[in-house]
Design a protein around this ligand. Structure first.
Ligand code: RIB
Length: 273
């Protein structure tokens, strides 16, 4: 069994700052680091590290060499990634002393993913395989439909939130992995409380398994007649960028190995730290 990780690849420009910049404020960064990121790349790397057989599909520009190298070094198959004229996507990330972050993404090549590329990528997969999607590339709605039509298990991390998100064929999703804010948007609930958000999601998507991440309060799961919780591991916060992506990758890799959801939750929450 293998997984298609169809998603974004970003060059992350990480600026270390005392605090996240306020409106109208100019601050000097203490350091600038360039890293390989994007939710798609981060999740692909996590899947591979957790032992999944992962092929990534997406688009990079001619500046994407290190993105591809990072994936290959982690054991991700990059044969389905296209090189396009548009420069690679990038992210401008403020990383505060507290470990909090603030991210602006520029889509670039990530927005060049076409239905044809998606179909060609899916040709390499069989019914029962998995696809993992986030919301940083073009044609996510097409990918959900096409993957489901071919009998793949569809896992969706609806991040970042966009206004189009609620128009996607979300009823076709088998596994949602999302945080409380994303859960509120998808379910339409006003509640900010984890259990209520999970209940609202379960009501709206009764066929799906749902993993709700709660940051330092851990994670909750609903699906297959089970309601589970998993506490977070308490450690000093250094950098939360990509923590949700690591969680996604480890959780799904465990599920693909046939592990019970409680074990998948625990493996994913340990992997973050
Ligand atoms: O989830 C973290 C990621 O979000 C970063 O790597 C950045 O590229 C943005 O996609």
């Amino acid at each position: 069994m293998k997984i298609l990780s169809l998603g974004s690849l970003n060059i992350d420009l990480v600026y270390s700052v005392d605090h996240i910049n306020l409106e109208g404020e100019t601050v000097s960064a203490k350091e600038l680091e360039t890293k390989q990121g994007g939710k798609g790349l981060n999740q692909s790397v996590a899947l591979a590290r957790a032992g999944a057989d992962v092929l990534m599909a997406g688009c990079v520009g001619s500046d994407g060499k290190e993105l591809l190298e990072t994936l290959r070094d982690s054991g991700v198959d990059t044969a389905l990634i296209h090189k396009v004229e548009e420069p690679s996507g990038h992210a401008v990330i403020q990383l505060a002393d507290s470990g909090a972050n603030s991210i602006i993404i520029y889509g670039g090549a990530n927005l060049e993913v076409t239905p044809k590329m998606i179909d060609e990528a899916l040709d390499h997969f069989c019914p029962g395989d998995y696809i993992l999607l986030q919301n940083e590339i073009s044609n996510v709605d097409y990918a959900i439909r096409a993957a489901k039509t071919r009998g793949l298990n569809v896992a969706f991390n609806p991040s970042p939130i966009s206004k189009e998100l609620v128009t996607y064929p979300l009823e076709l999703v088998d596994i949602f992995i999302l945080n409380e804010l994303e859960g509120q948007t998808l379910s339409g609930t006003d509640s900010t409380e984890g259990a209520a958000v999970l209940a609202a999601l379960a009501g709206k998507f009764p066929k799906a398994a749902i993993v709700l991440t709660l940051g330092d309060r851990g994670a909750m799961y609903h699906g297959n007649g089970q309601d589970l919780t998993c506490p977070a591991h308490k450690v000093p916060v250094v950098d939360t960028t990509g923590a949700g992506d690591t969680f996604c990758g480890y959780f799904l890799a465990c599920v693909m190995k046939g592990k019970p959801p409680q074990e998948a939750l625990e493996s994913a929450s340990r992997a973050i730290f």
